[in-house]
Design a binder for this molecule. Structure first.
Ligand SMILES: [Zn+2]
Length: 307
C-alpha cells in the first residue's frame, strides 16, 4: 500500500505543496553525539529521546485488520510505524514547524540547555527577538502554535490528559529545584523526595535524564520528533506527548543509568539492573507501561509522580 494513500492528511488550512522532508541539518548519530557532548550530557539525552527508535517487528499484511490497527495497544507496540488513521501535516504548516524548530534551537543555545527546560512561551517569544540565529516569532507562526496547542490530541491517537491548559501557562518560578550535574530541574515536594529516596535505595548509578519541562521545551521536542516523522503527528505523539500533554510539566521525570547513553531511552533500559531495582522498590510507578491504552510507546524510564 502506498504510504500517501495509507496516511490520512490533516487539512489544517490549505496545503499547497507536498513537503516530505526537512531542510534542517540532520541531527548527528547517537554514537557520535555522545562522544562529542560530554560537557552537555543533558542535550544528548534530549536528542536521544527524540530519535531513539529501536528496530521493531514490521506489521504483516495479515495483521492489518481494522480491529487490530485501531487497538491502542497495537499502536504503542508498533509505535514507529504508520497507521491508516494517522494525522499528517504538510505544505505551509510543515514549513512553519521547520522555521519554529530553528528558533527553538537558537533560543536554547542562547539561554543554555538547563534554563530552556523552564521557559514559558511568552518568554520564548521575547528571547527569539534577540537570540543569535533566531528572529521574531511571526503572527502566522503564533497562530500555528496556538492551533497545535488547542488541537485535540485524541485525534492523533494520544489519550493522555492535558497538564497545561493555556498556551501561556508557565512553570511557577521557585517551584523547582536544580539537580546538580544533570542540567535538569525537579518540582519541589514529592518529585524531589521520590528522586532522593531512589538515589538512596538504588545508588549513584541512576540519574535524572529529563525533569521539569515547561511549554517551550515540550513544543521543541515534539516538533523535532514531528520533523523526524515527516509530519506524521500521530506517530510523533506515540513517542512524545504533544505540547500541553506532558506530565513533565507536572512532576514526572525520566531516569537513566549513568553512562548508558541513548539506550536509556530504549527498551534496553528495562533490561538494566537499575530498572529491576526500581521496580523492586515498590513505591516507583512507570507512567507509560507496556501495552498501555494511552497510545504511547513503553517508556520504562519515565517515572510517574501522582498529582
Ligand atoms: Zn519522560
Amino acid at each position: 500500500m502506498n504510504r500517501r494513500d495509507f496516511v490520512r492528511l490533516l487539512s489544517l488550512g490549505s496545503a499547497s505543496a507536498l513537503c516530505g522532508c526537512s531542510t534542517l541539518p540532520h541531527l548527528h548519530s547517537f554514537e557520535k553525539l555522545f562522544k562529542k557532548t560530554n560537557s552537555s550530557q543533558s542535550e544528548a539525552n534530549d536528542i536521544a529521546e527524540v530519535l531513539a527508535t529501536p528496530a521493531q517487528p514490521v506489521l504483516t499484511p495479515e495483521q492489518m485488520t481494522e480491529e487490530f490497527l485501531k487497538d491502542a495497544r497495537t499502536r504503542s507496540l508498533y509505535f514507529s510505524q504508520d497507521f491508516p488513521e494517522d494525522i499528517l501535516i504538510h505544505g505551509r504548516k510543515f514549513e512553519l514547524m521547520q522555521g519554529l524548530v530553528r528558533k527553538f534551537r537558537a533560543v536554547q543555545r542562547h539561554v543554555g540547555h538547563g534554563n530552556f527546560n523552564l521557559l514559558g512561551m511568552d518568554e520564548f517569544f521575547r528571547l527569539a527577538q534577540t537570540a543569535s540565529g533566531a528572529a521574531e516569532v511571526t503572527s502566522e507562526e503564533k497562530l500555528f502554535l496556538e492551533e497545535m496547542f488547542y488541537f485535540d490530541a485524541k485525534l492523533y491517537g494520544f489519550h493522555g490528559e492535558k497538564v497545561f491548559h493555556k498556551m501561556t501557562d508557565i512553570v511557577k518560578p521557585g517551584s523547582t529545584v536544580k539537580i546538580p550535574f544533570t542540567g535538569h530541574f525537579l518540582k519541589r515536594g514529592e518529585p524531589v523526595e521520590i528522586y532522593n529516596k531512589i538515589k538512596k535505595d538504588v545508588g549513584n548509578t541512576v540519574l535524572v535524564t529529563s525533569g521539569v519541562r515547561a511549554l517551550a521545551k515540550q513544543y521543541h521536542l515534539f516538533f523535532e520528533k514531528a520533523l523526524e516523522t515527516n509530519g506524521n503527528m500521530s506517530k510523533a505523539s506515540r513517542s512524545l506527548a504533544p505540547p500541553g500533554y506532558s506530565f513533565h510539566g507536572q512532576g514526572d521525570f525520566d531516569l537513566g543509568r549513568k553512562g548508558y547513553g541513548y539506550r536509556n531511552f530504549t527498551d534496553d533500559f528495562a533490561k538494566t539492573d537499575e530498572y529491576r531495582r526500581l521496580l523492586d522498590l515498590g513505591y516507583v510507578q512507570i507512567r507509560y507501561t507496556q501495552s498501555n491504552l494511552l497510545g504511547v510507546r513503553f517508556e520504562p524510564w519515565h517515572i510517574k509522580v501522582p498529582a
